[in-house]
Design a protein around this ligand. Structure first.
Ligand code: GTP
Ligand code: MG
Length: 175
């Protein structure tokens, strides 16, 4: 529970592993915002459950499923592009083309360009097959995070808070 004087947020942390995902449906009710955490530094890794599956592909696939879930038709999503610290460090030696060989080689060590690419992938999934009404009713946000840094996380939590307030005001047509 995160509280300030006016509002309180209840955060439910669900396990990300494949075996845990079956349980997610149990908490898929009364959700205002879905916070989806992706490890940016996983671009050269494969999943724990199946080493033939790239972590990035799995992240995009799970996001696709969630964004297509009926119960989230009008729910805002906040994507945390996490482990930015490890990502930046790894990129110095491991080029991004290990994940996507078609990625522009002149930018394969450039964190900004890669983050831009990742955001685009999410945005494409988000806007795909969405009818006009749904696009108007829900918003996709991004944050670059290092979840070990509690100060940054406070800012992120404040932003999520802000998004919730704005959403409530939108609903009431106050802004
Ligand atoms: N350097 C760094 N380490 C991180 C960051 N975020 C998480 N970690 C570390 O990554 C490991 C996994 O973190 P968890 O919070 O257990 O990951 P999770 O996504 O909740 O995992 P599941 O609950 O199994 O889905 C821990 O050792 C964390 O300390 C980050 O931004 N930077
Ligand atoms: Mg966890």
């Amino acid at each position: 529970m995160v509280q300030n004087t006016k509002l309180s947020l209840r955060l439910t942390d669900v396990g990300g592993q494949k075996s845990e995902r079956k349980k997610w449906v149990n908490v898929f009710h009364d959700i205002d915002v879905v916070v989806y955490v992706m490890s940016l530094s996983g671009y050269d890794q494969t999943t724990f459950e199946d080493i033939s599956v790239k972590c990035y592909d799995e992240s995009f696939a799970v996001f696709t499923q969630l964004s297509e879930t009926d119960v989230f038709e009008n729910t805002d999503f906040v994507v945390f592009l996490n482990k930015i610290d490890l990502f930046q460090e790894k990129l110095k030696s491991t080029p991004f083309t290990v994940y996507d060989p078609s990625f522009d080689k002149s930018s394969q060590h450039n964190p900004e360009k890669i983050v831009h690419y990742v955001q685009n992938r999410f945005e494409q999934i988000w806007s795909k097959d969405v009818d006009e009404l749904s696009t108007r009713m829900r918003t996709l946000f991004f944050h670059l995070t290092c979840s070990l840094d509690t100060k940054v996380m406070q800012t992120v939590i404040a932003d999520v808070h802000h998004s919730l307030i704005k959403r409530e005001m939108d609903k009431a047509s106050l802004i």
